[in-house]
Ligand binder design. Structure first.
Ligand code: C2E
Ligand code: CA
Ligand code: CA
Length: 570
């Protein structure tokens, strides 16, 4: 999948993942609200039941006590006891002596029986003989609960009146206002008391109902609440939950955006991706014949041109490409690109050489021989124009194999150069054994030319050796005219460096080539151009009047250096 496709897929997954915690939190909150609501209803129902049971038990106990004390008449002593009992027993508002048929014969406050209308009557408990009755007093709408106890040895009994409202708690579980609709029913189903607003319609999905039964008297407490009403109090929790899930969603959404960063953080993956995307491009640094002033060719120096336009120098990625082995593919890609982009222009000028940098790894097997053969076989760039540079900085592990690979490459017609000569540890014997065609003297020696006697001696020795072994010499990193002149005096023919030109992008280099080395109609293609010959003419003039270097360290705009000016302008 393309990186763009990957990013889009990652964003889509991120959105889905980001929605999940929000949905999960909602489900969890709803579940929790329901659980809490049910627990609250249950507790409320149990409170109703406990209160009702306590009211009846307390009353029944008071009646038992009176019966035990044989309080069963209107006598003044008995009336006093009844009054004291009423006063001392919380739920009881009136005690009376009742006939066997339920008529009130006398009350502790003197009320008459004709005030009582019995609505329902049922046994309080099986076998006790006591009754639980609902009565109305006169025209009052309120219900009263009457507990009637038959006399032990007499036809008259005792009865206690309790306001039905005392069967209902007056506050909620938490001491606040009552939220639920509650009903207390007798064992026979008579409605003793009810509280709260209108009960939600049964069966409605928003309704929660809890029923609790009393094991003592068979009463039932039914509490009903609206689901939405129960969860309404959890607004704060919801707000916190929404913020937390929102933050979580943002973090998850950010993840796909962070993914490419992580990809960038793995530099090997990033190099591999850039290779496939064609972000590695060749730059060309001209190599000049400092005797004739003609262009001899160029060294290809790789650059990483990122999509945002930044150009990364090789020091930032070549070491990693080498250690990861990607350098092999990178070199192939670079060679193919040079063929495609510069093959025609350079192929038409067979005297121009094109150098590529190889690494020690390339010489460990003959794979490079096949690569080079294949890549240049179909290209206009001829194998005889190719120079392959192997640096002296890296130790070559297997000299015999390296020698064989070099020989095979030379067999194809390419030239092999030793780069950075003088900087490695192998020394001259190394070069001799490898049998290369060209040596490139490192900038380090060029910099100390004229000032350091040792450098001069080393360069002279190298030149002697090269001549004896029929090797070419190229001076690298030449930055001033003084150096050019010095190198010429030492007998060096070829040089590259900022004094002539920095590495140039392909289009600029090709423009330069076509400017200074035009293909003349009818002229044989292998005749070098002569525009840079102007460089040779400045030789004596510069000795009298030293050249100033401009800011870029490139060739100065001396009118006598016509070709160099041309280089500089490209
Ligand atoms: P190198 O092969 O020794 O290349 C010469 C380096 O010196 C280049 O740096 C070039 O820009 C720089 N240079 C040239 N003239 C002057 C000068 O007058 N003054 C100064 N100060 N520097 C000059 P660059 O392009 O940054 O390349 C650095 C190194 O990266 C190269 O050193 C080479 O070892 C490696 N490299 C570059 N391209 C490739 C490649 O395609 N494959 C491999 N394996 N290595 C490469
Ligand atoms: Ca090189
Ligand atoms: Ca070099």
């Amino acid at each position: 999948m393309s990186p763009r496709g990957k990013l889009l897929a990652a964003i889509a997954i991120g959105i889905v993942l980001a929605g999940m915690p929000v949905a999960a939190l909602n489900i969890w909150l709803n579940g929790m609200a329901e659980r809490q609501g049910r627990e609250e209803l249950d507790l409320s129902a149990r409170r109703h039941m406990a209160l009702s049971d306590a009211r009846i038990a307390r009353t029944a106990a008071a009646l038992d006590d009176l019966a035990a004390r044989a309080i069963d008449s209107f006598r003044s002593g008995h009336i006093d006891v009844l009054r004291q009992t009423t006063f001392g027993t919380i739920p009881i508002k009136e005690l009376s002596i009742v006939a066997a048929d339920g008529r009130t014969l006398c009350t502790d406050v003197g009320n008459h029986s004709d005030h009582r209308k019995v609505i329902s009557s049922e046994p309080l408990t099986v076998g006790s003989g006591s009754l639980l009755e609902l009565v109305q007093l006169g025209t009052q709408p309120q219900r009263w609960v009457r507990i009637r106890r038959p006399g032990t040895n007499t036809s008259v009994g005792l009865a206690a009146l309790i306001p039905a409202g005392l069967f209902m708690p007056q506050v909620s579980n938490t001491g606040g206002e009552l939220k639920f609709q509650a009903r207390v029913l007798s064992a026979g189903g008579a409605l003793i008391a009810e509280t709260g607003g209108t009960a939600p319609v049964d069966g409605h999905s928003d309704t929660l109902v809890t029923t609790v039964s009393s094991s003592q008297y068979g009463l039932q407490a039914i509490v009903t609440g609206a689901h939405s009403g129960l969860t309404a109090g959890q607004g704060d929790l919801r707000a916190v939950g929404t913020i937390v899930s929102g933050l979580l969603a943002i973090v998850i959404l950010m993840m796909p955006l962070l993914m490419p960063t992580r990809e960038r953080e793995n530099p090997i993956d990033e190099i591999e991706r850039a290779l496939k995307a064609g972000e590695f491009v060749p730059y060309f640094q001209p190599i000049v014949d400092i005797r004739s002033g003609r262009l001899r060719g160029a060294e290809v120096l790789i650059r990483w041109r990122k999509p945002d336009g930044t150009v990364v120098p090789p020091a930032s990625f070549i070491p990693l490409a080498e250690s990861s082995g990607l350098i092999i593919e990178m070199t192939r890609v670079l060679m193919r690109r040079v063929c495609t982009e510069a093959g025609a222009v350079l192929g038409a000028r067979p005297h121009l050489k094109v150098g590529f940098n190889l690494t020690a790894r390339h010489f460990a097997s003959e794979e490079i021989v096949e690569d080079v053969r294949k890549i240049f076989k179909k290209s206009k760039l001829r194998l005889t124009q190719i120079v392959l540079e192997v640096t002296e900085r890296q130790p070559l592990e297997n000299l015999t194999e390296t020698r064989r690979v070099i020989a095979a490459l030379q067999g194809l017609g390419v030239k092999v150069a030793i780069d950075d000569v003088g900087t490695g540890h192998s020394g001259l014997s190394y070069m001799l054994k490898l049998g290369v065609d060209i040596i490139k003297i490192d900038k380090m020696f060029i910099d100390s030319l004229g000032t350091d006697r040792n450098s001069n001696t080393i360069i002279e020795t190298l030149i002697d050796l090269a001549q004896n072994m029929r090797m070419d010499v190229i001076a690298e990193g030449v930055e001033s005219f003084e150096q050019v002149l010095h190198l010429r005096d030492l007998g060096i023919r070829a040089a590259q460096g900022f004094v002539f030109s920095p590495p140039l992008p392909c289009s600029a280099f090709l423009q330069l080539v076509e400017t200074i080395d035009p293909l003349k109609a009818g002229a044989p293609a292998d005749q070098p151009g002569t525009l840079l010959a102007g460089l040779a003419q400045v030789e004596y003039a510069t000795r009298e009047e030293p050249r100033r270097r401009d800011d870029r360290g490139a060739i100065p705009t001396d009118p006598r250096i016509t070709e160099s000016v041309a280089v500089d302008k490209v």
